[in-house]
Design a protein around this ligand. Structure first.
Ligand code: SF4
Ligand code: SF4
Length: 141
């Protein structure tokens, strides 16, 4: 009997949910994305121009032996997913962008617009305001 890649994998494809995300347009969209990434197990990625949010979460139907416990009635999305170009055998994902930390979103927004996100703009102002610099200088002398 032939061997399948799935026989050697611990079901990488059954341990997350990836959902399409509207492409962020406004500062609020980017700020919301910062919030998503403040949560454990959440990443955002862009693949072939399409944006996705991914939640690292194990399917409840995955048995301890890494086998599907509802194989006969598994959803279509599972049926259509094939070993070959999959999470285990596909190699590098080749994302256009991968965001795993809120700071990466801030940097991306800053690069795109030349501005800081409004939620952190006041921090930037505070650390660069002349008043603060003066006080810091006074403290040193
Ligand atoms: S399809 Fe790929 S990721 Fe999913 S169980 Fe098979 S080898 Fe693993
Ligand atoms: S239903 Fe089965 S095949 Fe689909 S994600 Fe869950 S364990 Fe994997």
């Amino acid at each position: 009997m032939g061997s399948c890649a799935c026989d050697h994998c611990t079901a990488a494809c059954c341990r997350y949910v990836a959902i399409p995300l509207d492409k962020p347009k406004s500062a609020k969209d980017y700020d919301d994305m910062r919030w998503y990434l403040m949560h454990d197990g959440v990443i955002v990625f862009v693949e072939e121009g399409d944006w996705y949010i991914q939640f690292q979460t194990r399917c409840k139907n995955l048995g301890l032996n890494s086998m599907c416990q509802v194989y006969e009635t598994r959803p279509m999305i599972c049926r259509e997913y094939e070993a070959g170009e999959c999470d285990y055998t596909g190699g590098d994902y080749g994302y256009d962008h991968l965001f795993t930390h809120p700071v990466q979103v801030e940097e991306h927004y800053n690069q795109k617009t030349g501005k800081h996100l409004p939620s952190i703009e006041h921090l930037h102002k505070r650390t660069t305001s002349p008043k603060r610099k003066k006080r810091a200088t006074a403290a040193v002398s």
